[in-house]
Write a protein that binds this ligand. Structure first.
Ligand code: PSU
Ligand code: MN
Length: 303
């Protein structure tokens, strides 16, 4: 779909026209998920990894109200540095586009824009999900409902334990979203390659994953597939340390009355600050690792 609201980078447009593999990337992780300058360095490194693995990267963001698919290095720098960038989920999209603002897109908004141009594979660090305490707060990310309807596969490092992993897996099941862990039985939890949950499904090669995606959509089953790629062992953080930081972060969020869309960025920042950057290094390592797998799946999908 080409329209007034879309702006596709020539390199991405050419790849799509030629049926070459393209991998979408989000921008909330740049503007709201990591501090400057590591955010920009990581975003550029992730694009490079995708290129090296045979696919074209397309970082997605809203610039002056245009939904941009593929950013220049300068634009990525701007999203990393600029303080007043909107965090845009689906709810915020019409406002930010009509007001011609800058917006960093979440998993949900990035998927929707990717699907508008026919991109099938999207790589990120962690998706939003069902928050702890959601039974009373009703805080459930729009990432999940978007994954129920949009045909873009999402590669992540599993569900972060700031969320309720069990409830998120239940919700994904309710919505009919397949959850596939790459090459292991345990479902990974972002900073850790383990969790207390067995993965619903396991596949062991990019080719198998690509075949499952093609089958899902050929069956007319709309929606995403969650592909969970465990963090490499050498970057893992001990689960009990992560848990104690999460507990403190959640308490601080309650005390400061952080609500709605500010919850996830607040907790991520709190944990990064209080682990002396260790969680940031883990975050960077896992997203690079996801980029490698995502590019390989995109290549297999196009063959
Ligand atoms: N989890 C992370 N890093 C992130 C996010 C989640 O480890 O940067 C971002 C993603 O953009 C995700 C969004 O789509 O937070 C979810 O926000 P919310 O919970 O408000 O839907
Ligand atoms: Mn929320």
């Amino acid at each position: 779909m080409q329209n007034n609201f879309l702006q596709i980078h020539p390199r991405v447009a050419q790849a799509l026209q030629q049926g070459k593999p393209v991998v979408a990337l989000e921008s909330t992780i740049i503007s709201h998920g990591m501090p400057y300058p590591k955010n920009v360095e990581t975003a550029l490194a992730v694009e490079e990894i995708i290129l090296q693995n045979g696919a074209i990267p397309a970082t997605i963001a809203i610039i002056n109200g245009k939904c941009c698919v593929g950013l220049s290095k300068d634009e990525i720098e701007t999203f990393g540095k600029e303080k007043n960038v909107w965090k845009v989920s689906l709810r915020d999209m019409p406002y930010v586009v009509s007001k011609k603002l800058f917006g960093a897109t979440t998993v949900a908004a990035t998927m929707r824009i990717a699907s508008m141009v026919g991109i099938k594979i999207f790589v990120t660090g962690g998706i939003g999900g069902v928050h702890r305490g959601a039974a009373t707060t009703m805080d459930i990310s729009a990432d999940l409902t978007e994954m129920a309807q949009t045909n873009v596969a999402v590669v992540s490092a599993g569900i972060k334990s700031i969320l309720d992993i069990g409830l998120t897996l239940e919700y994904l099941e309710t919505l009919g979203i397949p959850v596939v862990t790459y090459n292991q039985k345990t479902f990974p939890s972002f900073y850790s390659n383990e969790s207390n949950y067995i993965t619903p499904l396991q596949l062991n090669t990019p080719q198998e994953i690509a075949a499952m995606l093609q089958t899902k959509w050929a069956l007319g089953l709309n929606g995403s597939v969650m592909i969970a790629n465990p963090i490499p062992k050498e970057y893992e953080m001990p689960a009990n340390i992560v848990e104690s930081h999460i507990q403190k972060a959640l308490q601080a969020a309650t005390k400061k009355n952080i609500k709605g869309k500010d919850v996830t960025p607040f907790i991520l920042q709190y944990i990064a600050q209080h682990t002396g950057g260790e969680s940031l290094e883990a975050n960077i390592a896992l997203i690079k690792h996801n980029a490698t797998l995502g590019a390989k799946i995109a290549v297999a999908f196009c063959n």
